[in-house]
Write a protein that binds this ligand. Structure first.
Ligand code: PMP
Length: 363
């Protein structure tokens, strides 16, 4: 199967094989070694010296953990929203009783860092900015460096959802001063779902000391204390960590600069091919188009469900449809982690045939 959803992503055979290793004691020395190896690799990918905590959950758990650990009820946060996942981060903060101010940009657009800077200048009460680095629902990547620059001088913390970007796209966590970066194993890391990774800056630790929201499973203090002795507070997903160790070995052997460049190339290749097929991309600017997932508008009159079903049944290709207000209107091709040009060519071939039976609209 050509699994081209934007997560879960395909696993290399070495990773799949690693998953079948026998269980170990998660309070023993083998586990401490496993945890250390994976954590060091993530620090390398995040370009950070900060604490990185591994939580047994999907990416959303990592986002929830960030909110639960850093704030008190009523704290004001600014949520930058360019699609469904930005809205999710804002909703989590709302459910935890924060005062959430939204800046929303239209689908297909990245956030304008100047607008963020202006909002922060006008509202000194903002304690933190929440932003999605790579908006998986629209295939748009925010200019995180510029947004970080807009936030940095104003004082708020910067919390970044890097679920579908970290490990595939460059994030200079320390240099850009990202206070919290969240990712998840099933994306470009080439590992099964089940693990969220969260980096925490010294300023975020200070906020954590003051934060009054209740926390237990997500408690960063507990996670850091246990990590210092090579453990996790609760029983971890040992199997996913086995896979992660193997994937990390592959990624570090290649080197993260090369991994990021490979994603740039496959993203460019995918967009160019769709353009040749006469399909219009959801991202309005090439500059902010995502190199991990490409979203395109379905030709007018296309039934999304039937279209995806045809690809799956007749071609063994699995794409994702639209989410939220884009449901029924777009399709998304994942190209993070294990993907070759041949995989994308196969998608192009199938699209060419399927679209020949559909009316094609271009604007
Ligand atoms: N944020 C982004 C940007 C994502 O792409 C996803 C997953 N598609 C999530 C958050 C949620 O992650 P999970 O499904 O692992 O909870």
């Amino acid at each position: 199967m050509n699994l081209r959803t934007p997560g879960p992503t395909p696993m290399p055979p070495q990773v799949a094989a690693a998953l079948s290793q026998p269980m170990i004691n998660h309070r023993g020395p083998e586990f401490a070694e496993l945890l250390a190896e994976v954590t060091t690799g993530i620090q390398d990918a995040f370009q950070t010296q900060l604490d990185v905590l591994l939580l047994t959950s999907s990416g959303t758990g990592g986002l929830e953990a960030a909110v639960a650990n850093l704030f008190s009820p009523g704290d004001r946060v600014l949520a930058i929203i360019i699609g469904n996942f930005g809205e999710r981060f804002a909703t989590i903060a709302e459910r935890y009783g924060l005062d959430v101010q939204r800046i929303t940009f239209p689908n297909g657009h990245a956030a304008d860092p100047q607008v963020v800077a202006d909002r922060l200048a006008a509202d000194p009460a903002v304690a933190a900015v929440l932003v999605t680095h790579n908006e998986t629902s629209t295939g748009v990547t925010n200019d995180l460096q510029a947004i970080a620059g807009a936030v940095r001088d104003k004082g708020p913390l910067l919390l970044v959802d890097g679920v579908s970007s970290a490990g595939s796209l460059e994030i200079k966590t320390d240099e850009w001063r990202v206070d919290v970066l969240v990712s998840a194993s099933q994306k470009g890391w080439m590992v099964p779902p089940g693990l969220a990774m969260v980096s925490v800056s010294p300023r975020a630790w200070e906020a954590h000391q003051r934060a009054m929201l209740p926390r237990y499973y997500w408690d960063f203090t507990y996670a850091r204390k246990e990590a210092a002795r090579g453990q996790t507070p609760f029983t971890p997903t040992i199997t996913v960590l086995y896979g992660f160790r193997e994937a990390m070995h592959m990624l570090r052997t290649e080197g993260f600069p090369a991994v990021f460049e490979r994603h740039r190339q496959i993203g460019t290749y995918t967009r160019a091919g769709l353009d040749k097929l006469g399909l219009r991309l959801v991202p309005v600017e090439e500059r902010t188009a995502s190199n991990t997932v490409t979203a395109f508008w379905l030709p007018q009159g296309t039934d999304e469900k039937a279209f995806l079903e045809t690809l799956r049944v007749q071609y063994d290709i699995v794409l994702a449809g639209g989410q939220g207000e884009l449901a029924g209107q777009i399709a998304r091709i994942g190209h993070m982690g294990l993907v070759t040009q041949a995989d994308i060519d196969q998608v192009f071939g199938a699209l060419r045939e399927v679209l020949a039976t559909q009316p094609v609209a271009r604007s």
